[in-house]
Design a protein around this ligand. Sequence first.
Ligand SMILES: *Cc1c(COP(=O)(O)O)cnc(C)c1O
Length: 401
Amino acid sequence: MTSSLLPTYARADLAFDHGNGVWLTATTGERYLDFGAGIAVASLGYSHPHLVEALVKQGGKLWHTSNLFQIPEAERLAARLTEATFADYVFFTNSGAEAVEGAIKTARKYQSACGHPDKYRIITFKGAFHGRTIATVSAGGNPKYMEGFGPKLEGFDNVEFGDLEAAKAAIGPHTGAILVEPIQGEAGIRVGSAEFLRGLRALCDEHGLLLILDEVQTGVGRTGKFFACELSGIKPDIMAIAKGIGGGFPLGAFLATREAAKGMVVGTHGTTYGGNPLATSVGNAVLDVVLKPGFLADVASLGATLKRGLVGLQDAHPGVVAEIRGEGLMLGIALRVPVADFVAAARAEKIVVIPAGDNVARVLPPLIITEEEIAEGLSRLDAACRHFESSQAAALSEAEG
Ligand SMILES: *Cc1c(COP(=O)(O)O)cnc(C)c1O
C-alpha cells in the first residue's frame, strides 16, 4: 500500500474502525480482542461511557485557553494526583517524552538552585526507553535510536539495569540524579527488584541526588498499584507519567516534591497545549474510575489470574514460551520463537499483543478486562502457540523425512 505517512513504522496491514471495552473492530468488520491497549494507553478500554461523556461535555464547552489563565480542570487533576502520591506539584504535558524531558530539566534546575550547576549528569540504565526526543533518546542510551541524528545530548551515564554496584560506581562529582523505569517496558517487561529500587533510593539519599522514576508505562494502575513504586515501597523525588492517565487522549505530566521543584519558578518552563481543559477533563474521568475503592485491587487480582494462565501456556508449550514476567496487567511472554512471528500468529487468532525487546510479547490489556475475557484471550494465545508446534512438527518430520 502506498502511503504519505513518513515510513518510520512497519505497520501491520490492519486498521481498526471502532472499539468497545477490550474489543476492537477492524475496517473489514472482524473483531479482535485487545491485549495491548494501544501500548498500555487505553487503560479503560474503548468507548468507556464515563470517558466519552467527559470528552463530549468538555468538547462542547472549551478546548483551549493557554496557560496564561487558570484552568480549573487542570487544577483539580493536579490536586488529585498530589493527594494520591508523594508529589506536591504537577506539570502537564502532551506526551511521555515531554514529561521525561521536564523531569530531567527539573532535576538539573534543582541542583543548580542548590548551588551545584555542575551536577547536571544523570545515571540511566541499559534497555531503558524514555521517548524519542534528542534528550530522551540520549537518556535511554540505545545507539540504534541515536544513529545519524548527530551528537547525543551530553550528561547521561548508562549502566546495567538491576546492577546497584554499577550505579554506585557511576556516581561522580557531576552526578545530580538517577532516572529509572521501575519495570522496563520496551526492553521486554524487565522488572526492577525491590532491592534494586530501594538501593537506588538509598544511593540518592546518601549522595544528594534526585530519584526520577519514569512511570509512563507502569503508572496509573497498570501494575495493580496506582504507581509501580508502591510495589517496592519507595518514593521518588520526580516522576514522569503519560499513557494510562489519558485513557487514550494525549496527556502526560511530571510530578515533583516541593523540594525537588524548587528551581522551577515563573518563566523556567512552559507548554502551549499541556494541561488544556479537554485533556485534563479526560484525565479526571480516568481517575474517577481508577481511584474508585476496589478498582486497583481488582486489577491486581485480574493480573494474577492472567499471569497464572500465561504460566499454564508456558507449561503446555515449552517449545514456544520460555518465561512469563511482570506485575499486575503489565505482563510479558518471553518467547523461543521470533516475537514478530508470534505477534502475527496471535493476530491470526484475532488477539492483539505488543512486541518488545528481549524477544518478548507484551500483554497489556485494558484494566477493565473481565475474567471471561481473560479466559478467551488465553484460549486464543494457546491457539497461537499451536501454530508453531504444528510447523515445528512439520519441520521435524520433513527433516526426518
Ligand atoms: C512510551 C514511553 C515513553 C514515551 O512516551 P511518548 O508518549 O511516546 O513520548 C517514555 N517512557 C516510557 C517508560 C514509555 O513506555
